[in-house]
Design a protein around this ligand. Structure first.
Ligand code: SF4
Length: 214
């Protein structure tokens, strides 16, 4: 089975397992999406959702975040970890969005990546989930699966992103990104996976579908 055949099989299986996948982060609009994704760095979605449930009651817009201020934000987001860095970046981002973009979140990767604390993955999630533009954010789950399935041998995220974009049709990227994360969380942890319970690899035990240590 070559990589393209693997990709087709993976796509069909994921569509069966997760027909209507939803991103696990809770947000209401473009800006709260950006804030939630910024908070999710090295933090679980569940913790981010607990924090934003309270936070978004007092601040939702760039102006409200700017008024809320860095110190209040630091305290509010403490459970997310890296709270000093994240608070500084979110307030800086809110101020730039107000001054440069009239309060609206910019819709291009380039503009988003120029905001403080907004890296390529965060920008890719926002353009994909909020603006419906083709992007393929690669997180640890997706990188692990791409490596283990032999779709891309390199651990470099940029290489993995380019390979996945070449293997899967553009129209699938937005959904596939979420499906892969759900699959990784459910079946393919860093340690302690079970081939028998893996709906994709269990079908191919004699064909070296997965290159993880078994
Ligand atoms: S066999 Fe294990 S390591 Fe390979 S993709 Fe399935 S769950 Fe992950």
């Amino acid at each position: 089975m070559n990589r393209r055949e693997k990709a087709n099989f993976i796509l069909i299986t994921l569509n069966g397992l997760f027909p209507e996948p939803r991103t696990q982060l809770s947000f209401g609009d473009d800006f709260t999406c950006l804030v939630a994704v910024m908070l999710s760095a090295q933090c679980t979605d569940a913790v981010v959702n607990r924090v934003t449930e309270k936070l978004f009651r007092v601040a939702r817009t760039p102006q409200e975040f700017a008024d809320f201020g860095e110190e209040n934000l630091r305290n509010a987001i403490r459970p997310c970890g890296l709270f000093n860095t994240k608070a500084k970046a979110i307030i800086g981002t809110a101020e730039i969005i107000l001054e440069k973009y009239g309060g609206r979140v910019p819709a291009t990767l380039e503009e988003l990546e120029a905001l403080p604390g907004v890296g390529h993955k965060t920008a890719s999630v926002v353009v994909s989930q909020c603006f419906g533009k083709p992007a393929f954010p690669v997180d640890t789950h997706i990188a692990r699966l791409a490596n283990r399935w032999g779709l891309e041998k390199s651990p470099a995220v940029a290489k993995i992103e380019a390979t996945l974009k070449s293997l899967f049709p553009v129209c699938t990227w937005k959904t596939l990104h979420v499906q892969l994360i759900l699959y990784g969380r459910k079946f393919c942890p860093a340690r302690g996976h079970s081939v028998e319970k893996c709906p994709i690899c269990s079908r191919f035990s004699s064909h070296q579908f997965c290159f993880a240590n078994r």
